[in-house]
Write a protein that binds this ligand. Structure first.
Ligand SMILES: *Cc1c(COP(=O)(O)O)cnc(C)c1O
Length: 806
């Protein structure tokens, strides 16, 4: 693996700097070095990339296409260096010439083509697919603007555009000759052919070119380089010819011309919530149509097989319902362009497409107005309609016991197209993303579909790539682990379990402790630089970093902080282990209550951090612009991982796994993958509290919870809520009436008050446990040891063997 010595790498840098950037090493900026190192990595991976693609062409195995509207890949230079086996030598070479590697790597703009967990999952999956030497490709959209950049001004979130392509993006290659035409609108004509079958043709459609940009996905030191293909929307060349010949359609086409490039213009900033904008529907169809046409072209190029055997070579995994138009689009191409009949096309489609469900939140369910789909995609609508008719008839005749449920099961109902139903009916696999989540799908949310298709439903508990989230972000911990148990864990993360043998080993525990302290010091410096606040490096770093959502309950966390503040004000000599509460979260721009919570966190911080009677024991930090790169800096320094969603609401969570892998202890509800973390580490190595999923679901169904009762009986709660309502917070006078009203007059829909007392109790246990250094370290090591299960390598192996059959 040692392809280069340090000296050779320094020479290479020097040579590349002069040839590519025409600059001497002494004068090179950090950016020059960034581009030059990226170029070295590209030289390294290009032959492997070509070889890998060549190999896939000639071998006969099935290939998987992972379709996702989001890929939250963050930066690539450091992880590509790592996976190419060049990271160590590159770091050494940079230090040799007096440069700080970190300063170089941060010149890459984060690719923020995703909102949160769903998009980051797609990125982790690509890393694991390549590292496991599996034939898989990502397919997404090359948004010109990624997720907005967050700034905070006086506690208010401000959104700035994320123009991440301002400077050359070194990882992408434009493939103009593989561009694909995508059609919108127009009208459909039907002709009866001589053999009595129907033929469909389209007229006056608006054409858009989908131009692919390929990004390499480097496997871990295995010579595999797969592809993430990102599609960009452009005006077709001949469209400009058309414009020189005005016609009755002139203004229509002028309008279309204007709107084409918007299709890949920006990422919609809503996480787990549905926004029924037409442009979003265009984006979804654009992704699906370009990808599937590309797949079919390739299939016809590479195989001498009829399209009735497409399923032998291709499987398409759709990441949530966002790409579920894949079902009617594949039907359309197979029938209208490839001449298959309905039965043949349906047989292929339902053997090629597999669907991953990500949420049961009703506000996230995609339901498009019939009229919108009909206008934008007339032929697609006809096909959805026929799928729906055949499906409903099938129930009527084959499942008379479900006749009454047809309106709830239908794909089209109330003039809306229910995308989850389309995805379930049109696929051969429906998976949830954690055990509890899949159980809820089977027994509650999609109960009737489960009755219809019991074998279709399966679970694939999420995972994260341990290469980025441990090896790369926490090199010192990784080194300590390897020194103890050897390097096998890097390729086989389950081997981390050997760490259990060291959970009483003093020197090892001290080493782990020292690494955590160093990581906390680094984060403390960053916090000081970004906020001006000095935090106690000995304090408990209590971390909640994730999108801001009511169900994730950042509010419960900040209520705990206010409670501690009130306690300390009453009794300044209270014996409390110092704590630093660290938040980072973006709110969807139109999510008012979420933004109020951000404001509240800042307000509390502005009081607590500057109040001399408490600030020796309490600090509140909000780091702005949460993204992958910021997560990479915070996670290695976390002592406590806050995973406190209202039980049943968080399908899996992956932030929980990242922090566990870095030795943080979880305080959490029995929700999502927290349950599976608890089952592994045991009750003694995690802090579980609060309502369980069935209790929450029962309250929703049968009532019986009255938030005001808690307000009336719990003084701690009443005090906090009154402080919000009347703005009596320290010397300030800021009100948070909307939060107050939501809890008391909308009956606390996320059970913040109900879980308040058990949450406080859990934190008291945490604060006592932290005083016993040795046992804390032991708990921490136990968590790292069991975290191997949450490597996305395990998840991908399950997808590969149980769904994709590759
Ligand atoms: C992992 C990750 C998430 C998901 O976090 P959850 O705590 O599972 O919601 C969101 N955003 C970024 C940047 C991440 O890295």
């Amino acid at each position: 693996m040692n392809k280069y010595t340090k000296e050779a790498f320094v020479n290479l840098l020097e040579d590349k700097l002069t040839r590519k950037r025409r600059i001497h090493m002494e004068d090179a900026s950090d950016k020059d070095l960034y581009y030059v190192i990226a170029s070295i990595v590209k030289d390294e991976l290009t032959p492997k990339w070509l070889d890998t693609q060549e190999k896939y062409k000639s071998n006969e195995t099935r290939q998987v296409y992972y379709l996702s509207m989001e890929f939250l890949i963050g930066r690539l230079l450091e992880s590509n260096l790592l996976n190419c086996g060049l990271l160590d030598v590159c770091n050494e070479a940079l230090r040799e010439i007096g440069r700080d590697p970190e300063e170089i790597y941060k010149n890459e703009h984060d690719a923020g083509l995703g909102n949160g967990g769903l998009g980051r999952l797609a990125a982790c999956f690509l890393d694991s697919i390549a590292s496991l030497n599996l034939p898989g490709h990502g397919s997404g959209i090359r948004y010109r603007y990624g997720l907005f950049e967050q700034r905070i001004i006086h506690g208010n979130q401000i959104e700035l555009p994320d123009y991440w392509l301002k400077e050359e993006y070194p990882w992408e290659t434009r493939k103009t000759d593989e561009a694909i035409e995508v059609h919108f609108g127009g009208s459909v004509h039907m002709h009866k052919k001589s053999d009595g079958t129907l033929e469909f043709s389209y007229h006056n459609t608006d054409k858009v070119m989908a131009v692919p940009y390929d990004v390499p996905v480097v496997g871990y030191q295995n010579n595999v380089v797969n592809t993430l293909r990102l599609w960009s929307a452009e005006l077709p060349q001949d469209e400009s010819d058309f414009l020189s010949e005005p016609s009755s359609q002139y203004y229509h086409h002028l309008d279309h011309t204007h709107s084409v490039e918007q299709i890949s213009g920006f990422l919609y900033p809503d996480d787990s919530s549905f926004e029924g904008k037409e442009l979003r529907l265009k984006q979804q169809y654009f992704l699906v149509s370009a990808t599937i046409k590309g797949i079919i072209n390739k299939f016809k190029d590479e195989h001498n097989l009829p399209l009735t055997s497409l399923q032998e070579k291709v499987v398409i995994q759709i990441n949530d319902t966002h790409p579920s138009l894949a079902v009617p689009e594949l039907m359309r191409i197979l029938m209208d362009e490839e001449g298959l009949n309905w039965k043949q096309a349906w047989n292929v489609t339902t053997k090629v497409i597999a669907y991953t469900n990500h949420t049961t939140l009703s506000e996230a369910l995609e339901k498009w107005p019939v009229s919108m789909i009909q206008n934008l995609l007339p032929r697609i609508f006809m096909i959805i309609n026929e799928i729906n008719e055949r499906f409903c008839q099938g129930i009527w005749f084959d499942h008379p016991e479900l006749r009454d449920s047809i309106p709830e099961l239908a794909i089209i109902a109330d003039d809306q197209v229910h995308m989850a139903h389309l995805a379930i009916v049109g696929s051969f696999s429906v998976n949830g993303v954690a055990r509890l989540h899949t159980e809820i799908l089977k027994t509650k949310e999609m109960k009737n579909f489960y009755t219809l298709y019991p074998r279709r439903f399966n679970n694939k508990t999420n995972g994260i790539t341990h290469r980025r989230w441990l090896l790369q972000v926490n090199p010192c911990l990784s080194k300590a682990i390897t020194e103890a148990i050897g390097p096998q864990w890097v390729k086989q993360p389950n081997k981390l379990i050997s760490l259990l043998r060291y959970s009483n080993d003093r020197p090892f525990l001290e080493k782990i402790d020292q690494v955590k302290r160093e990581n906390k010091q680094v984060l403390a410096n960053l916090i000081h630089k970004q906020t001006g606040v000095t935090v106690d490096e000995e304090s408990i770093f209590d971390v909640q970093i994730k999108r801001l959502h009511e169900y994730k309950r950042q509010l419960l966390n900040i209520f705990h902080v206010i409670y501690l503040y009130n306690e300390l004000k009453e009794n300044p000599s209270l014996d409390l282990t110092p704590r630093t509460f660290i938040f980072a979260a973006k709110a969807a721009p139109s999510y008012h209550l979420a933004k109020e919570v951000i404001k509240l966190i800042h307000h509390v911080a502005s009081i607590v951090n500057f109040d001399k009677t408490v600030n020796g024991k309490l600090k509140v930090i909000f780091l702005e612009n949460y993204n992958v790169s910021l997560a990479e800096k915070i996670i290695p320094a976390a002592d406590i991982s806050e995973q406190i969603s209202t039980a049943s609401k968080e399908a899996s969570g992956t932030g929980n796994m990242k922090m566990m892998m870095n030795g943080a202890l979880t305080v959490g509800t029995l929700d999502g993958a927290n349950i599976e973390i608890k089952d592994l580490v045991g009750d003694d190595n995690i802090f579980i509290f609060g309502l369980k999923a069935d209790e929450v679901l029962n309250y929703y169904k049968n009532g019986g919870y009255v938030a005001k009762d808690i307000y009336n009986t719990d003084e701690r709660v009443r005090k906090i809520l009154d402080q919000l309502n009347y703005g009596e917070f320290g010397a300030h006078e800021i009100e948070f009436k909307d939060i107050f009203y939501n809890i008391l007059y909308h009956n606390d829909p996320y059970f913040v008050l109900k879980d308040f007392d058990p949450y406080i109790e859990s934190h008291e246990l945490i604060e006592r446990a932290y005083r016993h250094k040795k046992s804390w370290q032991k708990m921490s090591v136990t968590n790292i040891a069991y975290s191997g299960k949450f490597s996305s390598d395990r998840t991908i192996k399950e997808y590969a063997s149980e769904i994709w059959k590759i």
